[in-house]
Design a protein around this ligand. Structure first.
Ligand SMILES: [Zn+2]
Length: 54
């Protein structure tokens, strides 16, 4: 996701929508833990998230 795309989403959908989408993206599907932005792995359960792009 590019910065321009981010700004477009914020402008069209609002800041709350954007933050919610980000939250979803950085959340582990296994345990609701936080996903590491560097290796796409969950901090809590170490699950590798494959379909994630930072
Ligand atoms: Zn997890």
């Amino acid at each position: 996701m590019s910065m321009i795309e981010n700004l477009r989403v914020i402008k069209n959908q609002g800041m709350n929508f954007f933050l919610k989408e980000q939250e979803k993206k950085y959340k582990c599907s296994e345990c609701d833990g936080i996903i590491c932005v560097h290796n796409s792995k969950c901090y809590s359960c170490n699950t590798q998230i494959k379909d994630i792009f930072f």
